[in-house]
Design a protein around this ligand. Structure first.
Ligand SMILES: Nc1ncnc2c1ncn2[C@@H]1O[C@H](COP(=O)(O)OP(=O)(O)OP(=O)(O)O)[C@@H](O)[C@H]1O
Ligand SMILES: C[C@@](O)(CCOP(=O)(O)OP(=O)(O)O)CC(=O)O
Length: 397
């Protein structure tokens, strides 16, 4: 905690993105954000994708205020209010409910956050953003414990970003949601060979947000009941595959779950289309590559948007990137900016004949690729120079 002055409390934290391999889709309680199925995800390295949030409380602030990526946002959002109130409630319980002797609870807060990647573009910015907010507020109010249920109130998938590595969000069964929490299956150091390629097909805002999309599916899809029956077995099997580092099983369950999730979207009325033609061509490419290898080497998964997330092993990154650059070459022939993130082996033109893959070459269809890996959960930044708010409580210009 950074006490810039006696009457200002300020803290800055970062939190990661996570990409589900068993998707969360559908709520049994909208207000408490309780899901209809458990889900499993991989937390990504913050070196490539992270939210950073500064929260400051002061008796001189007349109102709560919030800025996201440099623009002021309304604090009226129910989700932000729920999250803030729940953290304050924890603090209150710690102080035996005596708000009068606890000045901090009376002070207004200023929140400033920024993402180092496109916001609301299907790259799970809400997961990183709300996880970061929950973590920062918990540090500000000095409350300890499992914060996943608090992050969940901001956005369901955010509860999985509270931990690094491989994470399960247990749907729970209690009506009050007290057991709908996430926990780590294995740390970020468990499977160091596992790599992630995010293929950004579009970084524009998607047509239908996850919240509305899942409501429509739950209301109208007949296939959804079947999905809910299937998920528990997939969760158990993928957890086992993760612990055993069994890539083939991990990859096959991941692809099946992504396809099933998009099937229930399509079965909604009116149908929800998140995958584009380019997404479908990426799916085709992955299957063609796997079958040419005679073994499953790459898995794809798609959230509520057209961008692909590929899971693969480090030894295959060079080959897969060459294939991607062959079929989806960048608009400008600059491979250095096309593939961002972790260092990649130099991308060489394909030596093998790939004419058996019947796909057109589509220049510019993938905007860029982020090469990353699994990483740790949220963390606090001790250096006051990292603050996004100045001493007067307003964003750094
Ligand atoms: N750093 C942040 N701090 C607080 N809220 C954030 C932050 N980043 C994103 N959000 C919230 O999340 C919203 C974007 O969520 P949305 O679900 O539309 O996109 P996404 O999370 O990027 O995509 P997806 O859920 O499909 O992966 C933003 O409009 C904002 O309200
Ligand atoms: C497809 C998904 O990414 C859906 C994520 O949904 P959100 O967590 O964004 O939804 P809300 O709880 O309504 O905010 C799958 C997943 O991450 O598990």
């Amino acid at each position: 905690m950074d006490n810039m002055e006696d009457n200002i409390k300020c803290v800055t934290c970062t939190a990661p993105v996570n990409i589900a391999v068993i998707k969360y889709w559908g709520k049994r309680d909208e207000e408490l954000v309780l899901p209809v199925n458990s889900s499993v995800s991989v937390t990504l390295d913050q070196a490539q994708l992270r939210a950073k949030t500064t929260v400051m409380a002061s008796p001189s602030f007349p109102n709560d205020r919030m800025w996201l990526n440099g623009k002021e946002q309304s604090m009226d959002s129910k989700r932000i209010q729920n999250l803030l109130n729940e953290i304050k409630q924890w603090r209150k319980e710690k102080h035996n409910g005596d708000t009068c002797t606890d000045g901090l609870l009376m002070w207004k807060v200023h929140i400033c956050s920024e993402n180092n990647f496109p916001t609301a573009a299907g790259l799970a910015s809400s997961a990183a953003g709300y996880a970061c907010l929950a973590y920062s507020l918990a540090k500000l109010y000095n409350v300890e414990g499992d914060l996943s249920a608090i992050a969940r109130r901001g956005s369901g998938s955010a509860c999985r970003s509270m931990y690094g590595g491989f994470v399960e969000w247990d749907m729970g069964s209690q009506e009050d949601g007290s057991d709908s929490v996430s926990r780590q299956i294995a740390s970020e150091n468990h499977w160091p060979e596992l790599r992630v390629l995010l293929l950004v097909v579009s970084d524009q805002q998607k047509s239908m947000g996850s919240t509305e999309g899942m409501q429509a599916t739950l209301k109208t899809s007949q296939l959804m009941d079947r999905r809910i029956q299937c998920v528990p077995e997939s969760v158990e099997k993928i957890k086992e595959a993760i612990l055993k580092k069994d890539f083939k099983t991990f990859a096959e369950i991941t692809m099946k779950d992504s396809n099933q999730f998009h099937a229930v979207c399509l079965d909604s009325c009116p149908p929800i289309f998140y995958l584009t033609d380019v997404s479908k061509q990426i799916i085709q490419l992955v299957h063609a590559f796997n079958s040419s290898c005679g073994i499953t080497k790459v898995a794809y998964t798609f959230d509520a948007g057209p961008n692909a997330c590929l899971y693969l092993l480090e030894e295959d990154v060079g080959r897969v990137l060459s294939l991607i650059c062959h079929f989806f070459p960048p608009d400008k022939d600059d491979l250095n900016t096309f593939v961002q993130g972790l260092q990649t082996p130099s991308i060489s033109p394909l030596k093998k004949d790939v004419s058996f893959i019947s796909l057109p070459v589509q220049r510019g269809a993938i905007q860029y690729v982020i090469h990353t890996q699994s990483g740790p959960g949220p963390s606090i930044l001790q250096d006051p120079a990292q603050s996004l708010l100045q001493a007067d409580g307003f964003p750094n210009s």
